[in-house]
Design a binder for this molecule. Structure first.
Ligand SMILES: NC(=O)c1ccc[n+]([C@@H]2O[C@H](COP(=O)([O-])OP(=O)(O)OC[C@H]3O[C@@H](n4cnc5c(N)ncnc54)[C@H](OP(=O)(O)O)[C@@H]3O)[C@@H](O)[C@H]2O)c1
Length: 253
């Protein structure tokens, strides 16, 4: 399979790139910088012959155009797109600048939409394909420091559902993945003081991308929260509680 992945320089995107090139698939990565850690990882990826890369910003139309063009040159075609690049800014509304708000909406919502628009005609030409948009549970919950990050991530979930409806007859699946905070090799390296055992591990997300890319069943228009069981129970309980509270209050009136 020929897979186009954004945000491959670190974190989950880099792990996805390593995983799929090791499995023998072709991967084309798009990020401003190359994968860095451990030293020599980029060279190992390139030496496999299965990895190509374009250094540029997903927020620049000319870079999107060039990256997709280079990807087709390198892989011949594109079968799957994983929109993974993200801008994380959790500042409070009174600290965050207008530019930072714009960058958050641009990187987390507008860029994935524009990249889909560029790649969809290629998937249609191929007779089908898979699109996976990395959202976040921040797209489903709310907190004071989330005014920049949560809204575009929520938008990405609903965008994926709309696009899935548009593409339902074209054999192109579109799904969103919305994990809570998770641990990656890079996160463990840069934040050793955190108890990573308590966090969701990136391997679980990769298992889900495997399922969405290679599973036999055609699944589209879904959002996968990938909660750990305990978190899921808490979320479910909280949602029920909100509903009960509403029903109770409306009875009092
Ligand atoms: N980590 C978590 O706990 C968590 C939880 C829920 C959801 N998620 C979502 O999961 C995905 C992966 O998260 P992560 O923590 O692994 O990400 P990360 O470590 O923060 O890495 C972000 C990636 O996006 C790239 N990127 C950022 N701005 C870009 C731009 N303008 N143009 C091109 N590339 C750009 C970065 O590369 P360059 O800087 O080299 O360009 C980097 O490779 C994201 O969509 C994130 O929102 C993460």
């Amino acid at each position: 399979m020929n897979i186009f992945i954004t945000g491959v320089s670190r974190g989950l995107g880099k792990e996805l790139a390593v995983h799929y090139t090791e499995l023998g698939h072709k991967v084309f990565g798009f990020s401003r910088s190359l994968p860095e850690h451990p030293d020599g990882i980029a060279e190992i990826l390139f030496a496999s012959g299965n990895f190509g890369h374009y250094a540029g910003s997903v927020n620049n139309d000319a870079d999107i155009y060039a990256a997709v063009g280079e990807a087709v040159k390198f892989m011949g075609s594109i079968d799957a797109l994983i929109n993974n690049a993200a801008y994380k800014n959790f500042k409070m509304p009174d600290e965050i600048t207008a530019e930072e708000y714009k960058e958050s909406v641009q990187t987390n919502l507008t860029a994935p939409i524009l990249i889909c628009n560029k790649i969809i005609p290629l998937l249609i030409k191929n007779g089908g394909g898979k699109i996976i948009n990395l959202s976040s549970n921040a797209g489903m919950v709310s907190y004071a420091g989330g005014t920049a990050y949560c809204p575009p991530k929520a938008g990405l979930i609903n965008y994926s559902r709309c696009l899935a409806k548009f593409l339902k007859d074209k054999n192109i699946s579109v799904n969103a993945i919305s994990p809570p905070t998770f641990s990656t090799g890079d996160y463990r390296r840069t934040n050793p003081e955190i108890n990573h055992g308590r966090l969701l591990q990136s391997e679980k997300i990769i298992r889900l991308t495997d399922y969405l890319l290679f599973g036999k069943k055609f699944i589209t228009g879904k959002n996968f929260p990938v909660f750990r069981f305990k978190t899921w129970l808490k979320y479910y309980y909280y949602k029920q509680f909100e509903l009960f509270e509403y029903l109770f209050q409306s009875r009092l009136k």
